[in-house]
Design a protein around this ligand. Structure first.
Ligand code: PLP
Length: 417
């Protein structure tokens, strides 16, 4: 594929934007072997299952804007809703009906939620949920799982220490060790490790945050009963369980991972699909916890653009389409077909390939061993994925530019695509 125009833009972008991008994975660093990455293509437009590059090439998109585009790109009903909202103004700084309608739609779809707070990103929602868990319990420590990503706030940008019972080590420069010391890191799918953390800190863990289907180190599926085990430990020790459904919410079913597993958090984080492709985040949960947030309670949270009418209108329209014509059975069938097809191809070519998948989310690990944790992910070689990525791109298919990201199907894709 030709990238001449994109190359010129990328050169200019590097003069004015750090690394030429506004979010690191867009630099293709994880599939190029260099920290600054290969030349990313610039997208001119997106419609249905396709991205169109500045060079005019058409790519079948398996990234879906990193998750929001479950209906495909530029769905007419979502576009119309944004246009109607735009005609009324852009930013009010007062309550508006779109916020109310989206809040009602979410709580109606996920009835274990009683109160919701909209904000502007998944990062902000997760950060606020930690503060709320701490304010509610009066405790300081948080448990997260290695390989789970919850945005880039200080307490959460911490991955594996050397397993359970160690304090987390920051994953980025600029995070005080004093902050990191309150984040404990456990391996996912290891019931004993979490139990040991609780036994070691029975009275100081404010909350446990997890992606019920971790999807930020490739895709990892929970082993049977694991999520219930996490739930039971949180209940036993009085810690707030925070289910981060930024990726999975309204994606793997009408009630996300919690509905699918019938294991429910005390707080739920949403983003991506509930903004229909515009900036959004939300935290929600039982009223007795949520009412600790300002203005009802002492835990502060605010936002100039929280509940922005355009994001709310786009999210509301997306949820309305999903409710009227649920795509989940279709996406499940399409996902299964893709998974089986790829597995058969790999088998024929004698390539060891694991394809964890849930509904319309999947990832590819070039290893003969099942992948149940971040530690397993790191053992799988990443070079074959980089090769596959570039081969696909040359042939009009855009996979996530990193072996550690999850690919998404969308409703606009068909068997033929
Ligand atoms: N939580 C999860 C599970 C995510 O996948 C992401 C982003 O991909 C975030 C939180 C952060 O969301 P945002 O990028 O909107 O800040």
């Amino acid at each position: 594929m030709s990238t001449q125009i994109s190359q010129n833009y990328y050169k200019r972008a590097q003069n004015v934007m750090v690394g030429g991008v506004n979010s690191p994975v867009r630099s293709f660093g994880k599939v190029s072997g260099t920290p600054l990455g290969a030349t990313p293509f610039f997208t001119r437009s997106a419609e249905g299952p396709y991205l169109y590059t500045e060079e005019g090439q058409r790519l079948i998109d398996f990234v879906g804007g990193w998750g929001p585009a479950i209906l495909g790109h530029a769905h007419p009903q979502v576009q119309q809703a944004i246009q109607e909202a735009l005609a009324r103004g852009i930013c009010f700084g007062t309550p508006c009906v779109y916020e109310l309608l989206l809040a009602e739609a979410i709580i109606e779809a996920l009835p274990w939620l009683e109160r919701i707070r909209m904000c502007s990103s998944g990062t902000e929602a997760c950060m606020t949920a930690l503060r709320l868990a701490r304010g509610y319990t009066g405790r300081d420590k948080i448990v997260k799982f290695s390989g789970c990503y919850h945005g880039h706030s200080d307490s959460l940008l911490i991955q594996a220490g050397s397993g359970a019972l160690t304090h987390g080590h920051p994953d980025s420069a600029g995070i005080p060790l004093d902050t990191a010391k309150n984040t404990l890191v456990a391996p996912f799918n290891d019931p004993q490790a979490l139990q040991s953390l609780f036994e070691h800190y029975p009275d100081s863990i404010a909350g446990v945050i997890l992606e019920p289907y971790p999807a930020n180190c490739g895709l990892i599926l929970p082993l049977p009963d694991y999520l219930q085990h996490v739930r039971d430990l949180c209940t036993h020790y009085g810690s707030v369980l925070i289910m981060d459904e930024v990726m999975t919410g309204f994606r793997i079913g009408p009630q996300g991972a919690q509905g699918r597993e019938q294991v429910f958090g005390d707080l739920t984080i949403l983003a991506k699909i509930i903004g229909g492709g515009l900036p959004v985040g939300a935290l929600a949960g039982k009223a007795n916890i949520m009412k600790c947030l300002s203005p009802e309670g002492p835990v502060y949270h605010a936002g100039t653009l929280s509940g922005n009418p355009l994001s709310m209108a786009a999210g509301l329209a997306t949820l309305q389409v999903l409710r009227k014509n649920p795509p989940y059975a279709y996406l499940e069938a399409l996902g299964l077909q893709l998974q089986q097809g790829l597995q058969a191809l790999a088998h024929e070519a004698q390539i060891a390939l694991q394809i964890p998948r849930i509904g319309s989310m999947f990832s590819l690990f070039f290893t003969p061993h099942p992948v149940h944790s971040y530690e397993d992910v790191l053992k799988a070689p990443s070079a074959p994925y980089a090769q596959l990525f570039h081969h696909c791109l040359q042939n009009g298919i855009f996979l996530p530019p990193s072996p550690y990201e999850t690919a998404f199907l969308n409703q606009a894709q068909t068997e033929a695509i």
